[in-house]
Design a protein. Structure first.
Length: 163
C-alpha cells in the first residue's frame, strides 16, 4: 500500500470526525417536565453510543463512529446543565409556557399547538418553541384576542394545559 493512499484515507477519516457543533439557542433553556426527561434520555443514549464506539479497535473507525455521539454528548450535557424546568401550573386563561393554544387564522384554518422548550418543539407533532415568533406573539394573551403574526392576524379561541 502506498503512503499517499494511507494519508488520503486518514484525511478522509479526519474530516469525518470534525463535525460542526450543534448550535445552542440564545437565551434561557426553558423545558417542560417531559422535555427534561427527553433530554436526559437522549443524553443517556448518546453516552451509550459513544461508549460503544470507543470499544472499536481500529482508531480511524473508532473516531468516525464516535464523532456524532461525542458531539451530541457535548450538546445534550449543556442542555441538561442549563435546563430551567417550568412545572405545570393551573390554567389561568393566559397563554404562557406549557399552554396549549388553539387559534384561528384569517383564512379559517384552526391550529392547536403546545408552547414548549426549543429541544421539544416539533410543529408536525403539535409543539412549538417558546421563542418562535408565533409563541412570542401569543404569550400573555387571552381567549378572543387578535394577535398579528407574519403579516396576518390570528384569534385565540382556546387556551388549555396538558392533562
Amino acid at each position: 500500500m502506498s503512503v499517499a493512499f494511507t494519508k488520503e484515507d486518514s484525511a478522509e477519516t479526519a474530516s469525518e470526525t470534525m463535525l460542526p457543533e450543534r448550535p445552542i439557542p440564545e437565551g434561557p433553556n426553558l423545558v417542560t417536565e417531559e422535555g427534561l426527561a427527553s433530554l436526559q434520555s437522549k443524553l443517556d443514549l448518546a453516552r451509550a453510543a459513544y461508549d460503544e464506539a470507543m470499544q472499536v479497535e481500529d482508531i480511524n473507525e473508532r473516531r468516525r463512529l464516535a464523532a456524532a455521539p461525542y458531539r451530541d454528548l457535548r450538546y445534550l450535557t449543556e442542555g441538561v446543565r442549563t435546563a430551567e424546568l417550568i412545572p405545570h401550573s393551573p390554567d389561568n386563561g393566559v397563554v404562557r409556557f406549557g399552554s396549549i393554544v388553539t387559534f384561528e387564522r384569517e383564512d379559517g384554518r384552526v391550529q392547536t399547538y403546545r408552547i414548549v422548550g426549543h429541544d421539544e418543539a416539533d410543529p408536525s407533532r403539535g409543539t412549538i418553541s417558546f421563542n418562535s415568533p408565533i409563541s412570542r406573539a401569543l404569550m400573555g394573551k387571552t381567549v378572543g384576542e387578535l394577535v398579528s403574526v407574519a403579516g396576518g392576524d390570528v384569534e385565540i379561541v382556546r387556551i388549555g394545559q396538558e392533562e
